[in-house]
Design a binder for this molecule. Sequence first.
Ligand code: AKB
Length: 338
Amino acid sequence: MTEKLVLVTGACGEIGQALVQGLAQKGGYRIVTADLAPLPNNITSISAEHVQGDLVYQIKTFYDYDFDLIFHLAASLSSKAEVSSEEAHRINVEGTMQLLMLAVYRSEKYQKSVKFLFPSSIAVYGLESLEEKRAKGAVKEDVCNMPHTMYGCNKLYCEKLGVYYSKYFGQKHLDENPPHMLDFRAIRFPGLISAFTLPSGGTSDYGPEMLHAAAQGKPYSCFVREDTKISFMAMPDAIKSLLMLTDVPREKLNHHVYNIAAFALTAGEFRDRAVEAFPGAQITFEPNPRRQGIVDSWPEDVDDTLARTEWDWKPDYDADEFFDDYFLPEIRKRYGKN
Ligand code: AKB
């Protein structure tokens, strides 16, 4: 079977590293990676070619490649994007727009829809108050799409752009023989936690940061309140969801954008689990008002009925399985705490 040519942007990030390894395990792919940074050791041997540099300036390079599949992971996350919002807009929107244009150009030229997998986020949601957040509970895809952050606005707009390039590009869908367009598929990820990498620039980062600090015996000051609740997921489940959605026949999908859920915990519950696993862990709570405001605007949880019914999504790790079967065993190995 001929290998499929796949592009992974943001390959050096948390999802990127895990996804490149997941694609290699699955086999059948020739992987071209792209990122601002050089490849970390754990994926250098897997990448067939690494294009290092600013994505917006690298795009023209990619016009020569016959990509079947694109995982566009490059992004400036929510907290970082609030500090440098213009740069975030350039990366998150201009980068995505350029890549969507490349993919739709190739789809039309070679009459073969390029599959474009896009990691969106719970950050597209915006709850106006803690009362509304508690009342709404697990939100469906079509409610509260009123993001409070640059990053959330970028992700929501790029979802819409993806649907535009899949269904209405140049209004060519009205032509007698409409051309092949993009096959855009997006997942709204909750906060992701890996035992092997640490997050940077996000606002759900307090979860993984707290656990990694406790495992190393380092004190941790949490930048949100104890009662702060949002949805989280084990990194292996995030990769599973991307690979599952990639393989679903288009005709089985009635949507382009999907919530996925696994577990939702408060920051206090993370603390309890960390202290239980690493007695003596010193965890305090010193909320940062701006970052607190961001997570307060995100839902307590998400409703992933569409993903479950349209492509049989189901996480492998609920909260207990996350700690007992994935995170604690791996983190203890990583920091030599066996
Ligand atoms: C962030 O915190 O910005 C990300 C996200 C929830 O999309 N981890």
